[in-house]
Design a protein around this ligand. Structure first.
Ligand code: CP
Ligand code: NVA
Length: 332
């Protein structure tokens, strides 16, 4: 058991402000180079394992495309079909994969699992989402905010509205604080980030010159904000039965056109990590409509498809930022 290998990414806070911004800068350079047809392949001969205990579209595809464009190979290990965590411990798996691969991505439930993997692998381990944190999402979100709001992040107001206890909300609070932003979480009291996360963020904000606000007053949170961000009301791994309670608690926190207007700024952008319930075109969206009479849950379709919504640019940026993580960790 050792410290995580250099180049590992387990939480956003472990990168520090400079390390985080260096990755965003590299992602912007790689994105430009790719668009200009000038991408240099720096990961030829590298092999990457992708472990997913939970489903994924963006994170999996971003890792696979980023690796392919840089000349590396990937192996996808899904929720079924490997021995991980059932017939074979995390420590043994880490040592096996660490001897075969140059780096390992892990998405799953417990943060402790990705940390144990990193302690035994001897190669860089990247957190592709746990119940606690979603650091690669944060890199894409910050690149998107740089592109669509301001290249200078200090003082940019970033407001998350909805389930404030989930991985994405916790990561936004910490990331925004670390980068000197004006970060706000609007959620009912029982769904606010736990005190230890708020304390971590407040400490980082004190160093960076940022500010943090956690409130149940959604109007106060969105006033003057540059970004309104939300996420699904029920995260992967939570039982379907929590939908009733979440709808009850979070109805006042839906991102509607009216809520967007309460920022008081025409330039306010809408971001969402996706996937999202914004219409009835999915099975889940249909169930939400039939059971609660809501068209869209955490966001309405009107907001989702409006010009202020940059969710697909944000999704593309998952790939450019993950490419930066791979290049920075593995390319010499
Ligand atoms: N935003 C995100 O992590 O999406 P996936 O679950 O599709 O990877
Ligand atoms: N909070 C969501 C994010 C998905 C990318 C979940 O954990 O399911």
């Amino acid at each position: 058991q050792r410290a995580p290998a250099a180049g590992s990414l387990l939480t956003e806070a472990s990168l520090g402000r400079r390390g985080f911004l260096r990755l965003v800068e590299l992602a912007a350079e790689l994105k430009d180079a790719h668009a200009a047809g000038l991408e240099v392949r720096r990961l030829g001969g590298k092999n990457i394992a992708l472990i997913f205990e939970k489903a994924s579209t963006r994170t999996r595809c971003a890792f696979e495309v980023a690796a392919a464009e840089q000349g590396a190979s990937t192996t996808y290990l899904g929720p079924e079909g490997s021995h991980i965590g059932r017939e074979e411990s995390i420590a043994d798996t880490a040592q096996v994969l660490g001897h075969l691969y140059d780096g390992i991505e892990f998405r799953g439930f417990a943060q402790e699992t990705v940390e144990e993997l990193a302690a035994y692998a001897g190669v860089p381990v990247w957190n592709g989402l746990t119940d606690q944190w979603h650091p690669t999402q944060m890199l894409a979100d910050v690149l998107t905010i740089r592109e669509t709001v301001s290249p200078d992040l200090s003082g940019v107001a970033w407001t998350y509205v909805g389930d404030g206890r989930n991985n994405v909300a916790r990561s936004i609070l910490v990331t925004g604080a670390m980068l000197g932003m004006n970060v706000r979480i609007a959620a009912p009291p029982s769904l606010q980030p736990p005190p230890d996360v708020h304390d971590l963020a407040a400490g980082l904000a004190a160093e960076s010159g940022g500010t943090t606000l956690v409130t149940d007053d959604v109007g106060e949170a969105v006033a003057g904000t540059d970004v309104i961000y939300t996420d699904t009301w029920v995260s992967m791994g939570e039982p379907d039965s929590v939908w009733d309670e979440r709808v009850e608690l979070l109805r006042p926190y839906r991102v509607t056109a009216e809520l967007m207007g309460r920022s008081g700024k025409a330039s306010t952008r809408f971001l969402h990590c996706l996937p999202s319930v914004h219409d009835e075109k999915t099975e889940l969206g249909r169930r939400v409509f039939e059971r609660y009479g809501l068209s869209g849950a955490e966001v309405t379709d009107e907001v989702f498809i409006a010009p202020a919504s940059v969710v697909f640019q944000q999704a593309e940026n998952r790939m450019h930022t993950i490419k930066a993580v791979l290049v920075s960790s593995l390319a010499g």
